[in-house]
Design a protein around this ligand. Structure first.
Ligand code: HEC
Length: 150
């Protein structure tokens, strides 16, 4: 009887370890993925700055960068499934604790980056600089609440 209990306890323990390690492994992929998507948004934002700051004759590219940022913004919610807060990530638990607040932060980003696309289409460079800052604020606003500092 004692033996059976021991085996049962061991089985529970092993399956728990398996569960923990397999869910960590599951999250590893999505964490890497969302970091890459985030980095690409950073890259596109930086590329717009380079064009504006150095007056590069590539203003026509701004619209494509803006569109890419806007596309990325629409991917965010799906990149943070429940349980993906463990592992090599800076995502704060606050994301899943305040999901509706997180959704609002995502929506602000989607909204401002859509406007960025509209302004880039219009070619109004003054309005573009302003809308670029407004978009950047939505990155920082979300990171402040939902991403661990370096
Ligand atoms: C709604 C929230 C939210 C918005 C909006 C947002 N981010 Fe992030 N970002 C995050 C979170 C959360 C992480 C941490 C992800 C992780 O470590 O798993 C992150 C990580 C990053 C990283 C680091 C990626 C890495 O390699 O670790 C960069 C760069 C980044 N974001 C850039 C941006 C830029 C630029 C914008 C706006 C154009 C933006 N983000 C908008 C939530 C957001």
């Amino acid at each position: 009887m004692k033996q059976i209990k021991k085996v049962a306890a061991l089985t529970v323990l092993l399956s728990f370890c398996f569960f923990v390690s397999s869910s960590l492994a599951d999250s590893e992929g999505i964490i890497k993925y969302r970091k890459n998507v985030m980095k690409s948004s950073g890259g596109h934002m930086g590329a717009i700055v380079d064009i504006l700051k150095n007056d590069l004759p590539l203003q026509a590219h701004i619209l494509d960068h803006a569109r890419s940022i806007n596309q990325n913004s629409k991917m965010i919610l799906e990149m943070f499934p429940i349980g993906s807060g463990l592992g090599d990530t800076k995502a704060k638990p606050a994301i899943w604790e305040n999901w509706s607040k997180y959704e609002s932060a995502v929506n602000a980003f989607v909204r401002e980056s859509s406007k960025l696309v509209k302004v880039a289409e219009s070619g109004d460079m003054k309005a573009l600089a302003k809308q670029f800052r407004a978009t950047g604020k939505t990155c920082g606003g979300c990171h402040k609440n939902f991403r661990e500092r370096e």
